[in-house]
Design a protein around this ligand. Structure first.
Ligand SMILES: [Zn+2]
Ligand SMILES: [Zn+2]
Length: 312
């Protein structure tokens, strides 16, 4: 069936109108009319080819909400008229131990991302939510509660889960003091979640003009990262730091702000590890080496890596 969309024709070109054939739903699929789709920074990274080769035209969008229009005969959880969402993935092997434990995002065989992956059902490139119609297996469609405004709910499907997951995983709660580094799309979600979990929340930002917004989202205070005085005052303060900066940047290496129990840092060089939902823990054990224990959650296997300490 014909879908209307916005697609990027090349890495250096802006979005443009594009029509394509969306595959018909199989017996296990849900078809939905897309009402809203968030704009995620990953859309921009992919469209610009920052993460490797992309097949163009690329239709981004993985914060998708809409209303079900058709379901396959084997679908049991959804019916036409239901309000639903589709997030970052639309298929996986369903058989590996990661999939069986509900971690399809870390499928050992292949997670099929909502766009710029290969759809195992028809072999075409997946196309995201900057389009009028979506088709996805029932297992990758989520119910959207009536109480949620559809437009506001869309960013929960990527930025939301990306920040909710580490805060929950590390049990941020009443009594925790949390620093949210960066106040963009993810950072503002991080502030709201951490606050909702009962934590004391500070935003660490290089932009003084974001202080007002930070407080309006519920932050208890703001630390300006370029201010030595601010950074000194934050030394040893935090139990948990959530780093939402989308690119590699230079940490203030001598700041005691990083003496925390838990840190969630995502340097791009670690993406292949993190994408498998592995856990990295590190400590400086000698002058020039950090020993890092890597624990793969599915199998609970532990691998010790040695990483040159100066490698940033
Ligand atoms: Zn995203
Ligand atoms: Zn799998």
């Amino acid at each position: 069936m014909k879908a209307k969309s916005y697609a990027v024709p090349a890495a250096d070109k802006p979005l443009e109108y594009y029509e394509f054939d969306r595959r018909e739903p199989t017996s296990k699929d849900v078809e939905l009319e897309v009402y809203y789709c968030g704009i995620c920074h990953s859309d921009i990274h992919t469209a610009r080819g920052d993460w490797g080769e992309v097949t163009y035209p690329c239709v981004p969008g993985h914060e998708i909400v809409g209303v079900v229009t058709r379901v396959g005969e084997a679908v049991t959880e959804f019916k036409p008229g239901d309000r639903v969402g589709v997030g970052c993935m639309v298929n996986s092997c369903g058989e590996c131990s990661a999939c069986k434990q509900g971690y399809e995002n870390s499928c050992f065989k292949e997670t099929v991302w909502t766009y710029s992956s290969t759809d195992p059902i028809d072999g075409t490139g997946t196309k995201g939510g900057y389009s009028t119609i979506m088709v996805a297996p029932e297992h990758f469609v989520l119910h959207l509660p009536e109480s949620l405004d559809m437009a506001s709910a869309a960013p929960l499907l990527c930025a939301g889960i990306t920040t909710y997951s580490p805060l929950r995983n590390w049990k941020v709660t009443k009594g925790s003091t949390v620093g949210i580094i960066g106040l963009g799309g993810l950072g503002h979600m991080g502030v709201k979640y951490a606050k909702a979990f009962g934590a004391e929340v500070w935003v660490i930002t290089s932009s003084p003009d974001k202080a007002e917004a930070a407080k309006s989202y519920g932050a208890d205070g703001v630390i300006i990262s370029s201010s030595e005085k601010d950074m000194e005052s934050a030394a040893h303060r935090f139990d948990f730091l959530l780093d939402t900066i989308p690119k590699t940047y230079r940490h203030i290496s001598n700041s005691s702000i990083y003496t925390v129990r838990f840190v969630w840092l995502v340097p791009l060089s670690l993406c292949p590890v993190i994408i498998r939902w592995s856990l990295l823990m590190g400590s400086a054990l000698s002058r020039d080496l950090a020993l890092v224990a890597l624990k793969r959650r599915r199998k609970c296997c532990r691998i010790a890596l040695s990483i040159p300490f100066c490698q940033r």
